[in-house]
Each structure stands twice: as C-alpha cells, then as structure tokens.
Write a protein that binds this ligand. Structure first.
Ligand SMILES: O=C(O)CCC(=O)C(=O)O
Length: 212
C-alpha cells in the first residue's frame, strides 16, 4: 500500500478499464440525506458504474463540484490492486470478509452507522479523515433509522449534528465519543457494534478490514 502515493498512481493498464461503482453527491453530506425529511438543495447522492480511468479523470479535471466516492469496494473486485494489500496482519484474528477500498475526493462523509461483520480496522493510505466513534450505549441519542434501507445508520446527514437544533437528542444526549484525524500510515480500531462516521478532509484512499 505504500506504493499508493496518489489516486492517479492506482491507474495502470490493468486497472484503467475496470468497472467500478462511483457515488456522486453533495460535499460533507451523507448518503442518508433524504432520510431526514428536510428540503435540501445541495443535491442528492447518485450511483453509477464507470471505468476506473473515468473516475480518476473526473477527480483530476476539477469539473465536478460535489464529492465523488468509490466506497466499500471489495478488493476482490479489482484484483490488480489486491497484491499491494498485505492482510491479514500478523497475529491478527481471521478476516470476516475481504478488505474494502475507499477512494474519494475531499469532503466525502460517511454518516454514523455500525458494521455488522465484526471488529473493524480502518487504514489510512492517502490524505486525512476525521473518524468519530460512539459506543453502543449512545445509540438512543444517534437517531438510528428503523427503515430497512438504512438499517444501522443514523438519520443525521451532517457531521456537525452537535450544533444543529433539529437533533436535540444528539446534541444534548451524547456523552461518550472518540474522535481522531487519521493520516497516511495510521489505522483506527472500531470495536464490533460501535457506531462511527468518517469525513475526508482531502482526497483520500483508505482500506478497511473486518475481523472476527
Ligand atoms: O472511510 C469511510 O468513508 C467509511 C469507512 C467505514 O465506515 C468503515 O470502514 O466501516
């Protein structure tokens, strides 16, 4: 992974024409934007499949004013990059699933949610991200959705919910959370069942892996 000095550096003859799912949406707003029922003129998230080289070209062109994200892409779907990812790490327990790639512009925001697959290690390869982690005890204050399409995910679509009047239980109720800015070479451990949100401060590459 130390070879990955930029998003451009992932582009090779082998990866250029691979189809990848790309999410396009407003900056610093989660894919759960519609769920809060508010009128929002910043656009909504859309998902399309495109060649990896076109995704890289879009980021480089600066033509897209929103955020763009290849998120949670199973590394098995992009075999040329798999050899660069040295997992499992020595002495770690078994992986619950193959590692995932997260490749995005600045200002992607993954809203508060919890994973179901196990403990999580999120490795930062390029750029920096702000990760907030909340223990399961804080669930009553996180506005977790009951809707099947948003299961395990908060209805709060922004990172600054602490200030927002519309989420009083969040602002007043949450007592325990941890926050870190992760940079290349850092990893954050997210215990199974703990809620977390992730905001990219810059163009970013991360790899995550769930452990049993
Ligand atoms: O990096 C991100 O945007 C989200 C990562 C995440 O939610 C995870 O690893 O479970």
């Amino acid at each position: 992974m130390t070879k990955w000095k930029s998003i451009q550096s992932l582009l090779t003859d082998e990866t250029a024409d691979m189809l990848v799912p790309v999410e396009l949406g407003p900056r610093n707003v989660g894919y759960n934007i519609k769920a809060d029922g508010a009128d929002w003129d910043g656009g909504q998230w859309q998902r399309l499949e495109t060649r990896f080289k076109l995704f890289v070209a879009l980021l480089e062109s600066g033509q897209w004013s929103g955020a763009a994200y290849v998120s949670q892409l199973n590394i098995d779907e992009i075999p040329p990059l798999k050899a660069d990812v040295q997992l499992p790490i020595p002495h770690a327990p078994d992986l619950a699933a193959p590692p995932n790639l997260w490749i995005g512009s600045a200002d992607t925001y993954t809203p508060i949610h919890r994973d179901i697959l196990g403990h999580n290690l999120l490795f930062q390869v390029l750029g920096s991200k702000v990760v907030r982690v909340f223990p399961p005890s804080e669930k009553p204050f996180l506005y977790i959705s009951e809707e099947p399409w948003l299961r395990n995910t908060s209805l709060i679509p922004f990172d600054h919910g602490f200030d927002a009047d519309r989420w009083p239980r969040f602002r007043e109720g949450v007592k325990v959370w941890y926050e870190a800015t992760i940079e290349p070479g850092d990893a954050v451990f997210i215990p199974k069942g703990w809620y977390h949100s992730v905001r990219a401060l810059e163009e970013s590459i991360s790899v995550n892996s769930w452990f049993l």
